[in-house]
Design a protein around this ligand. Structure first.
Ligand code: MLT
Ligand code: MN
Ligand code: ZN
Length: 286
Protein backbone atom coordinates (compact mmCIF):
# COMPACT_ATOMS: atom_id res chain seq x y z
CA UNK A 1 0.00 0.00 0.00
CA UNK A 2 1.21 3.48 -0.86
CA UNK A 3 0.14 6.58 1.03
CA UNK A 4 0.81 10.20 0.20
CA UNK A 5 -0.01 12.76 2.89
CA UNK A 6 -1.41 15.71 0.94
CA UNK A 7 -2.09 18.16 3.77
CA UNK A 8 -1.78 18.18 7.55
CA UNK A 9 -3.46 21.37 8.83
CA UNK A 10 -6.92 21.85 10.29
CA UNK A 11 -9.48 24.20 8.72
CA UNK A 12 -7.82 27.49 7.76
CA UNK A 13 -4.40 25.94 7.21
CA UNK A 14 -1.14 27.14 8.70
CA UNK A 15 -0.60 30.06 8.56
CA UNK A 16 -4.23 31.14 8.49
CA UNK A 17 -4.89 34.09 6.16
CA UNK A 18 -6.30 36.40 8.87
CA UNK A 19 -4.18 35.35 11.84
CA UNK A 20 -1.10 37.03 13.24
CA UNK A 21 -0.67 34.81 16.31
CA UNK A 22 2.90 33.70 17.17
CA UNK A 23 2.45 30.28 15.49
CA UNK A 24 1.12 31.80 12.25
CA UNK A 25 3.85 34.48 12.27
CA UNK A 26 6.45 31.74 12.74
CA UNK A 27 4.95 29.74 9.85
CA UNK A 28 5.13 32.86 7.64
CA UNK A 29 8.70 33.69 8.66
CA UNK A 30 10.06 30.16 8.20
CA UNK A 31 7.92 29.17 5.20
CA UNK A 32 6.84 26.07 7.16
CA UNK A 33 3.28 26.22 5.92
CA UNK A 34 0.77 23.37 5.96
CA UNK A 35 -2.22 22.83 3.70
CA UNK A 36 -5.54 21.49 4.95
CA UNK A 37 -5.72 17.78 5.66
CA UNK A 38 -6.14 15.01 3.15
CA UNK A 39 -4.35 11.86 2.00
CA UNK A 40 -4.10 9.72 -1.13
CA UNK A 41 -4.03 5.92 -0.80
CA UNK A 42 -3.30 3.20 -3.36
CA UNK A 43 -3.14 -0.59 -3.18
CA UNK A 44 -1.14 -1.01 -6.39
CA UNK A 45 0.47 2.38 -7.05
CA UNK A 46 -1.82 2.98 -10.05
CA UNK A 47 -5.39 3.43 -8.78
CA UNK A 48 -5.49 6.16 -6.13
CA UNK A 49 -8.22 7.24 -3.71
CA UNK A 50 -8.33 10.61 -2.01
CA UNK A 51 -9.55 10.90 1.54
CA UNK A 52 -11.03 14.38 1.91
CA UNK A 53 -10.92 17.17 -0.64
CA UNK A 54 -9.61 20.28 1.07
CA UNK A 55 -9.80 23.79 -0.42
CA UNK A 56 -6.06 23.27 -1.11
CA UNK A 57 -6.64 20.19 -3.26
CA UNK A 58 -5.59 21.68 -6.58
CA UNK A 59 -2.14 22.62 -5.25
CA UNK A 60 -1.87 19.25 -3.51
CA UNK A 61 -2.62 17.36 -6.74
CA UNK A 62 -0.12 19.44 -8.71
CA UNK A 63 2.55 18.74 -6.08
CA UNK A 64 2.04 14.96 -6.13
CA UNK A 65 3.67 13.13 -9.05
CA UNK A 66 1.62 9.94 -8.50
CA UNK A 67 -1.63 11.86 -9.04
CA UNK A 68 -0.76 13.47 -12.38
CA UNK A 69 -2.47 12.39 -15.61
CA UNK A 70 -0.44 9.95 -17.71
CA UNK A 71 1.36 12.01 -20.43
CA UNK A 72 -0.72 12.51 -23.57
CA UNK A 73 -4.00 11.57 -21.87
CA UNK A 74 -6.90 13.42 -20.39
CA UNK A 75 -7.20 11.06 -17.47
CA UNK A 76 -6.42 10.78 -13.80
CA UNK A 77 -5.10 8.08 -11.48
CA UNK A 78 -7.73 9.30 -8.95
CA UNK A 79 -10.45 6.63 -8.85
CA UNK A 80 -12.57 8.11 -6.08
CA UNK A 81 -12.89 10.44 -3.12
CA UNK A 82 -13.83 9.42 0.44
CA UNK A 83 -15.07 11.90 3.02
CA UNK A 84 -14.46 11.53 6.76
CA UNK A 85 -16.97 14.34 7.37
CA UNK A 86 -18.98 16.99 5.56
CA UNK A 87 -16.90 19.83 7.08
CA UNK A 88 -15.91 22.57 4.64
CA UNK A 89 -12.19 21.90 5.13
CA UNK A 90 -12.80 18.32 3.94
CA UNK A 91 -15.22 18.88 1.07
CA UNK A 92 -14.80 22.29 -0.61
CA UNK A 93 -12.01 20.95 -2.85
CA UNK A 94 -14.44 18.64 -4.63
CA UNK A 95 -15.69 21.67 -6.58
CA UNK A 96 -12.20 21.91 -8.04
CA UNK A 97 -12.56 18.43 -9.56
CA UNK A 98 -15.56 19.41 -11.70
CA UNK A 99 -13.52 18.87 -14.92
CA UNK A 100 -13.54 15.11 -14.18
CA UNK A 101 -15.55 12.84 -16.50
CA UNK A 102 -17.11 11.31 -13.37
CA UNK A 103 -16.58 11.38 -9.62
CA UNK A 104 -17.06 8.40 -7.32
CA UNK A 105 -17.72 9.83 -3.87
CA UNK A 106 -17.76 7.64 -0.77
CA UNK A 107 -19.25 8.84 2.53
CA UNK A 108 -21.86 7.91 5.12
CA UNK A 109 -25.46 8.51 4.07
CA UNK A 110 -25.56 11.33 6.64
CA UNK A 111 -22.62 13.12 5.01
CA UNK A 112 -24.10 12.67 1.51
CA UNK A 113 -27.36 14.09 2.83
CA UNK A 114 -25.58 17.19 4.18
CA UNK A 115 -23.88 17.58 0.79
CA UNK A 116 -27.22 17.52 -1.01
CA UNK A 117 -29.22 19.77 1.32
CA UNK A 118 -27.54 22.27 3.70
CA UNK A 119 -24.43 22.46 1.48
CA UNK A 120 -25.62 21.21 -1.93
CA UNK A 121 -22.17 20.37 -3.28
CA UNK A 122 -23.37 17.25 -5.13
CA UNK A 123 -26.24 19.16 -6.70
CA UNK A 124 -23.95 21.94 -7.95
CA UNK A 125 -21.35 19.47 -9.26
CA UNK A 126 -23.98 17.48 -11.12
CA UNK A 127 -24.18 20.37 -13.59
CA UNK A 128 -20.54 19.77 -14.52
CA UNK A 129 -19.78 16.07 -14.12
CA UNK A 130 -21.39 12.78 -13.19
CA UNK A 131 -21.35 12.35 -9.42
CA UNK A 132 -21.78 8.75 -8.26
CA UNK A 133 -22.75 8.57 -4.63
CA UNK A 134 -21.56 5.53 -2.65
CA UNK A 135 -22.89 5.14 0.89
CA UNK A 136 -20.43 3.58 3.33
CA UNK A 137 -21.85 1.76 6.34
CA UNK A 138 -20.29 1.51 9.76
CA UNK A 139 -18.01 -1.52 9.91
CA UNK A 140 -18.89 -2.83 6.42
CA UNK A 141 -15.89 -3.32 4.11
CA UNK A 142 -16.06 -1.89 0.58
CA UNK A 143 -13.86 -3.16 -2.26
CA UNK A 144 -12.02 -0.47 -4.22
CA UNK A 145 -9.81 -0.73 -7.33
CA UNK A 146 -6.17 -1.77 -7.13
CA UNK A 147 -6.56 -4.44 -4.43
CA UNK A 148 -7.71 -1.98 -1.78
CA UNK A 149 -10.45 -2.56 0.76
CA UNK A 150 -11.83 0.18 2.98
CA UNK A 151 -13.95 0.03 6.12
CA UNK A 152 -15.57 3.04 7.77
CA UNK A 153 -15.88 3.36 11.54
CA UNK A 154 -18.35 5.98 12.70
CA UNK A 155 -16.72 8.18 15.36
CA UNK A 156 -19.15 10.93 16.28
CA UNK A 157 -22.29 12.88 15.45
CA UNK A 158 -20.45 16.23 15.47
CA UNK A 159 -22.19 18.30 12.78
CA UNK A 160 -20.63 21.01 10.63
CA UNK A 161 -21.91 24.40 11.80
CA UNK A 162 -23.80 24.89 8.52
CA UNK A 163 -25.71 21.63 9.10
CA UNK A 164 -27.07 22.27 12.59
CA UNK A 165 -30.62 21.82 11.32
CA UNK A 166 -29.99 18.30 10.05
CA UNK A 167 -30.95 15.55 12.53
CA UNK A 168 -27.81 14.17 14.22
CA UNK A 169 -26.32 11.05 12.67
CA UNK A 170 -23.16 9.48 11.29
CA UNK A 171 -21.37 12.78 10.72
CA UNK A 172 -17.74 11.80 11.34
CA UNK A 173 -15.93 8.57 10.53
CA UNK A 174 -12.49 7.03 10.25
CA UNK A 175 -11.38 4.83 7.36
CA UNK A 176 -9.29 1.71 7.62
CA UNK A 177 -7.59 0.66 4.36
CA UNK A 178 -6.38 -2.90 3.90
CA UNK A 179 -4.23 -4.19 1.01
CA UNK A 180 -1.85 -7.12 0.77
CA UNK A 181 -2.05 -7.80 4.50
CA UNK A 182 -1.09 -4.23 5.48
CA UNK A 183 -3.38 -1.61 6.96
CA UNK A 184 -3.68 2.14 7.38
CA UNK A 185 -6.26 4.07 9.44
CA UNK A 186 -7.12 7.71 8.76
CA UNK A 187 -8.97 9.57 11.54
CA UNK A 188 -8.45 13.36 11.40
CA UNK A 189 -11.56 14.07 13.53
CA UNK A 190 -11.38 11.86 16.60
CA UNK A 191 -13.57 12.90 19.53
CA UNK A 192 -12.65 9.85 21.59
CA UNK A 193 -10.88 6.50 21.31
CA UNK A 194 -14.15 4.56 21.30
CA UNK A 195 -14.20 0.73 21.44
CA UNK A 196 -15.07 0.78 17.71
CA UNK A 197 -12.03 2.94 16.97
CA UNK A 198 -9.80 0.67 19.08
CA UNK A 199 -11.06 -2.23 16.98
CA UNK A 200 -10.31 -0.32 13.76
CA UNK A 201 -6.70 0.33 14.78
CA UNK A 202 -6.10 -3.13 16.22
CA UNK A 203 -3.15 -4.63 14.28
CA UNK A 204 -3.02 -1.57 12.01
CA UNK A 205 0.45 -0.83 10.65
CA UNK A 206 -0.09 2.91 10.48
CA UNK A 207 -2.64 5.38 11.80
CA UNK A 208 -2.87 9.11 11.06
CA UNK A 209 -5.01 10.58 13.84
CA UNK A 210 -6.49 13.83 15.11
CA UNK A 211 -3.74 16.28 16.05
CA UNK A 212 -5.92 19.41 16.01
CA UNK A 213 -5.04 20.57 19.52
CA UNK A 214 -2.17 19.60 21.78
CA UNK A 215 -4.17 20.37 24.93
CA UNK A 216 -7.84 20.49 25.83
CA UNK A 217 -7.75 24.24 26.63
CA UNK A 218 -5.54 25.40 23.75
CA UNK A 219 -8.26 27.78 22.46
CA UNK A 220 -9.01 29.02 26.00
CA UNK A 221 -11.42 27.66 28.62
CA UNK A 222 -14.51 28.80 26.69
CA UNK A 223 -13.64 26.65 23.65
CA UNK A 224 -12.44 23.24 24.87
CA UNK A 225 -11.09 20.83 22.25
CA UNK A 226 -13.65 18.19 23.26
CA UNK A 227 -16.48 20.66 22.59
CA UNK A 228 -15.23 20.87 18.98
CA UNK A 229 -15.10 17.08 18.55
CA UNK A 230 -11.33 16.76 18.97
CA UNK A 231 -9.47 14.69 21.56
CA UNK A 232 -6.30 16.57 22.56
CA UNK A 233 -2.98 15.03 21.54
CA UNK A 234 -1.71 14.93 25.11
CA UNK A 235 -4.65 12.71 26.08
CA UNK A 236 -3.90 10.31 23.22
CA UNK A 237 -0.20 9.86 24.03
CA UNK A 238 -0.61 7.23 26.80
CA UNK A 239 -3.02 5.29 24.55
CA UNK A 240 -0.49 5.40 21.72
CA UNK A 241 2.40 4.44 23.97
CA UNK A 242 0.46 1.28 24.90
CA UNK A 243 0.25 0.25 21.22
CA UNK A 244 3.80 -0.16 19.91
CA UNK A 245 2.54 -2.41 17.07
CA UNK A 246 1.06 0.63 15.25
CA UNK A 247 2.96 3.66 13.97
CA UNK A 248 1.01 6.84 14.80
CA UNK A 249 1.17 10.19 13.03
CA UNK A 250 -0.72 13.34 14.04
CA UNK A 251 -2.47 15.37 11.39
CA UNK A 252 -5.17 18.11 11.06
CA UNK A 253 -3.06 20.50 13.19
CA UNK A 254 -4.76 23.74 14.17
CA UNK A 255 -2.76 26.95 13.72
CA UNK A 256 -2.54 27.25 17.53
CA UNK A 257 -0.83 23.89 17.98
CA UNK A 258 2.72 23.96 19.41
CA UNK A 259 3.43 20.79 17.37
CA UNK A 260 3.78 23.10 14.35
CA UNK A 261 7.27 23.81 15.72
CA UNK A 262 9.70 20.92 15.24
CA UNK A 263 11.80 22.20 18.18
CA UNK A 264 8.91 22.59 20.66
CA UNK A 265 9.04 20.54 23.89
CA UNK A 266 5.55 19.26 23.00
CA UNK A 267 6.98 17.76 19.78
CA UNK A 268 9.58 15.96 21.90
CA UNK A 269 6.74 14.63 24.08
CA UNK A 270 5.08 13.14 20.99
CA UNK A 271 8.32 11.52 19.88
CA UNK A 272 8.92 10.12 23.38
CA UNK A 273 5.51 8.40 23.17
CA UNK A 274 6.64 6.71 19.94
CA UNK A 275 4.57 8.89 17.59
CA UNK A 276 5.37 11.69 15.11
CA UNK A 277 3.82 14.71 13.43
CA UNK A 278 2.85 14.12 9.79
CA UNK A 279 4.03 16.60 7.14
CA UNK A 280 2.71 17.73 3.77
CA UNK A 281 4.05 15.63 0.91
CA UNK A 282 5.03 12.74 3.20
CA UNK A 283 5.31 9.47 1.31
CA UNK A 284 4.69 6.18 3.12
CA UNK A 285 4.73 2.60 1.93
CA UNK A 286 3.40 -0.39 3.84
C1 MLT B 1 -13.22 20.86 12.67
O1 MLT B 1 -12.33 20.09 12.30
O2 MLT B 1 -13.53 20.95 13.86
C2 MLT B 1 -13.93 21.67 11.66
O3 MLT B 1 -13.35 21.49 10.41
C3 MLT B 1 -14.02 23.08 12.07
C4 MLT B 1 -13.97 24.07 10.96
O4 MLT B 1 -13.06 24.01 10.13
O5 MLT B 1 -14.82 24.95 10.92
MN1 MN C 1 -11.47 20.31 10.34
ZN1 ZN D 1 -2.64 31.81 14.09
Amino acid sequence: MKIRILGTAAGGGSPQWNCGCPECEEARATGRSRTQDGVAVSGDGRAWYLVNASPDLRAQLLATAELRPPAGTRDTPVRGILFTSAELDHTLGLLGLREAAELDVYATAWVHEALTTAFPLHTVLSGYTRVRRHDVRDGEPVTLAGGLRVTATVLSAKRPRYANEQAPGEAVCAYRFDAGGRSFVYAPGLAAWTPAFEKAISDADLAAVDGTFFTEDEMGPARPASGMGHLAVREQLPLIHARPRTRFLFTHLNNTNPLLRPDAPETAEVVAAGAAVAFDGQSLEL
